[in-house]
Write a new protein. Structure first.
Length: 355
């Protein structure tokens, strides 16, 4: 069986990556890709990696056409735009996998605090399921609207959710220091993304108040039985095109001792049946901790840790590809769950090494 799928705003990096993945999915007939500025142009004119491999042409977005051609749409527009498009897609009876931030947060006041505007369709927030497959599998199965998690938020959540779920760490002083590649800010450019500014730099761009803080806190608080988890999140742009490495500093209770074996047990409990979460346990060699180099182009999130007994600290690292496990790959994994396909369908490939 094949399902009909469309990608709205396939011209952008997140939509473009969704097109690449969906084009090779054995159960997907990708038959509708849209753009405002590239109508009638072939996809491969802007994504030449699919030269000779794709005959898809960009079309103008029209909800009636989407309804005729598709069962599912991936929505890869900027936030605020998504908010205006989702209601008509829902009314058309389509299932929507939204890559934007618009339907991730359940609480409208938190949305306003971080996005500085009122949400225009708060009544839909209830319908949306947060798109982290490993945490919301059951709800994803029957959802009409998936709000795929933010890329940097995903990396923090994957690193931390076993420790929170097992009650192993303090929950009021979690620090996440995230480094991200330039594709994380999309295909459009500005002064800050200009090569002489962006290159050869570790650019601190959002030390406090980063929007992904809200998603991380929302998800970890749920896992903490509703008791508020506090996260300090800081983000840096680094000299990579793709990839994220989040370094999380968390603390365990002064009265406890924690040994490596306790943490291995906790991570194994949650990761053992997860096809895309890899715990790095290697004790020697140069890749003893997660490194974006190894997961670029894949749907894997690699997680590792070290214990700093000197100050009751655990340093947890998570590396993932912002455009795959941080966006389009998780979206395809959700699509698989919604259709009862094996979760790895269309995503089952390793990275390239050396890169
Ligand atoms: N990049 C990442 O790593 C990443 C990770 C996680 C989530 N996301 C999310 O995915 C979404 C897309 O991000 P991106 O990185 O792909 O951005 P992008 O490269 O800038 O692409 C966004 C696309 O949206 C279309 N668009 C822009 N304004 C529009 C409007 N007013 N109406 C309709 N279409 C409009 C544009 O296509 P046309 O001009 O051709 O119509 C553009 O190509 C965002 O919500 C972003 O937050 C991105």
């Amino acid at each position: 069986m094949k399902i009909n799928v469309g990608v709205i705003a396939a011209s952008g990096y997140a939509g473009g990556e969704a097109v690449r993945l969906l084009s090779y999915h054995p159960h997907v007939n990708l038959n509708y890709i849209t753009s405002r500025k590239l109508i009638t142009k072939y996809f491969h004119t802007i994504y030449p990696n699919l030269r000779n491999l794709s005959n898809l042409k960009f079309e103008e977005f029209n909800v009636k056409v989407a309804k005729e051609k598709c069962d599912f749409v991936f929505l890869a527009v900027p936030h605020r735009v998504s908010q205006e498009m989702v209601p008509e897609l829902i009314d058309a009876g389509l299932k929507i996998i939204d890559l934007s931030a618009d339907f991730r947060l359940k609480d409208v006041s938190t949305y306003k605090k971080y996005y500085k505007k009122e949400h225009t369709h708060p009544e839909i927030l209830e319908k949306a399921v947060y798109g982290i497959p490993e945490l919301h599998r059951e709800q994803i199965k029957t959802a009409q609207l998936i709000a795929v998690a933010g890329c940097q938020a995903s990396s923090a959540i994957y690193g931390l959710y076993p420790l929170i779920s097992e009650g192993l760490i303090e929950t009021n002083n979690i620090i996440v220091d995230s480094k991200t590649g330039s594709s994380g800010s999309g295909a459009s450019f500005n002064e800050a993304s200009h090569h002489p500014i962006r290159a050869n730099s570790i650019r601190p761009y959002k030390m406090t108040g980063h929007r992904h803080t809200a998603e991380i806190e929302q998800e970890l608080t749920n896992l903490n039985g509703g008791k508020q988890v506090k996260v300090g999140f800081s983000a840096h742009g680094v000299n990579l095109t793709r990839g994220i490495l989040s370094t999380c500093h968390v603390f365990y209770n002064q009265n406890n001792t924690i040994e490596e074996k306790d943490l291995f047990r906790a991570y194994r409990k949650y990761f053992k049946d997860e096809p895309f979460l890899r715990l790095i346990t290697q004790k020697s060699g140069i890749f003893r901790l997660p490194d974006p180099k190894l997961i670029i182009g894949t749907n894997f999130a690699d997680v590792g840790f070290q214990i700093d007994g000197n100050m009751n600290r655990i340093v947890v690292l998570c590396a993932l590809d912002n455009l795959i496990k941080g966006t389009a790959g998780n979206a395809v994994q959700c699509l698989n769950i919604m259709n009862g396909f094996p979760e790895t369908e269309g995503l089952d490939f390793p990275g390239i090494f050396p890169l």
